[in-house]
Design a protein around this ligand. Structure first.
Ligand code: SF4
Ligand code: SF4
Length: 218
């Protein structure tokens, strides 16, 4: 079995194995210079995400096949900086228990393993490198949906610029997420909340402007 890693072909013993164990085999037996990250080996830490045949995947979970093409993730995004920009934490004076039903509402968004696959899959980052990106926006929705959060309006304000309106709603982030998180749906929730708070899309689709002959926001 042969796989290609960044334009170099490697021959592997053809028994069933994960991509991560194939990478370890290559490094130990063929190419000691091969660099890759991993940690938990069980799909829980997110550090081994790569692109296989143009799709993001966790290498510890993916079963390698003959002819696979492996690449690093796209768009080296500084996730921590983006989370800081949106103030991704609870703005509360004291933490109170929230109850099971309320916890369930934000359970999915809290399951992120910080693998960055959603950022890699997002086409907007090719043209707008400062776009907050799928996971940062999902994180914002997680706090807005948290009954304890006291500054929901602040969150809405912080996602107007380089945020929710720059998303094309293509859904690639949702397809890429190994944790079953749906950033596209969270962005739609944020858009609804924004409109309820009096914000509008600063750039409506061209057809809308053509039909009305003007941009209704100005
Ligand atoms: S739905 Fe939005 S955030 Fe998700 S990949 Fe598409 S453009 Fe990016
Ligand atoms: S939202 Fe999903 S794809 Fe994005 S960083 Fe978290 S686990 Fe990875």
């Amino acid at each position: 079995m042969k796989i290609e890693i960044q334009n170099r072909t490697y021959e592997l013993p053809s028994h069933e194995q994960t991509l991560l164990s194939a990478l370890v085999y290559i490094r130990e037996n063929i190419d000691p210079t091969l660099k890759f990250n991993y940690n938990c080996k069980s799909g829980a830490c997110g550090s081994c995400a790569l692109r296989v045949n143009n799709q993001e995947t966790l290498s510890c979970e993916y079963k390698v096949k003959d002819g696979d093409k492996i690449e690093p993730l796209l768009h080296k995004t500084d996730v921590k900086n983006r989370l800081k920009k949106v103030e991704s934490w609870l703005h509360v004076e004291s933490l109170k228990p929230m109850g099971e039903a309320s916890e369930q509402k934000i359970e999915q968004q809290s399951d992120c393993i910080l693998c960055s696959s959603c950022f890699s899959a997002c086409p907007v980052l090719y043209v707008k490198p400062d776009f907050l990106g799928p996971y940062a926006l999902t994180r914002v929705w997680r706090y807005i949906a948290d009954i304890r959060e006291k500054d929901k309006h602040g969150f809405i304000e912080r996602v107007q610029k380089e945020g929710i309106w720059d998303c094309t709603l293509c859904g690639e982030c949702t397809l890429a997420c190994p944790a079953g998180i749906d950033p596209k749906a969270d962005i739609l929730h944020l858009r609804t909340k924004s409109m309820q708070a009096g914000y509008f899309d600063p750039a409506p689709p061209q057809e809308f402007q053509d039909d009305f002959g003007f941009n209704p926001n100005f």
